[in-house]
Each structure stands twice: as structure tokens, then as C-alpha cells.
Design a protein around this ligand. Structure first.
Ligand SMILES: [Zn+2]
Length: 69
């Protein structure tokens, strides 16, 4: 059977998340890595902040860099 798990959960939450069984076919257990909704939001926020920071650095320089909460 195939277990679907969140590959990002240990990084964002400190513990792994198993989301469910993706397929019951076959013997033994295999894992497939995905991303859960919660980690997708965190991932998107992290990268949005990263790109915004880069844009500010490119256009205005570090002196007007905003503090990203
Ligand atoms: Zn997750």
C-alpha cells in the first residue's frame, strides 16, 4: 500500500504528518511525499517574503528594508 505524507511537516511543525493511504494496492508499505494545506500556506508565505525582500533590495537598497513580521 502507498502512504501519502507531508514532506514539509517535520520542517514547519517539528513532527511528521501522515495524511492517509494513497493506494491500497500492492504488498508492503511505500511512502509518497506531498504537501498538506497548512504547509502549503507556510511555504507560500515564506517564498513571498523572500521575493518581496529581494525586490526591495534590488530597487531601494537595504536602508528601506521593511521588517517582515
Ligand atoms: Zn504539512
Amino acid at each position: 500500500m502507498l502512504i501519502s505524507r507531508c514532506a514539509w511537516h517535520p520542517r514547519y511543525h517539528g513532527y511528521p504528518l501522515v495524511e492517509g493511504v494513497a493506494s491500497w494496492s500492492g504488498w508492503g508499505v511505500k511512502f509518497t511525499d506531498g504537501i498538506c494545506a497548512d504547509c502549503a500556506v507556510r511555504f507560500r508565505d515564506e517564498y513571498r517574503a523572500f521575493f518581496e525582500r529581494r525586490q526591495l533590495d534590488d530597487t531601494h537598497g537595504p536602508e528601506v528594508r521593511r521588517q517582515v513580521a
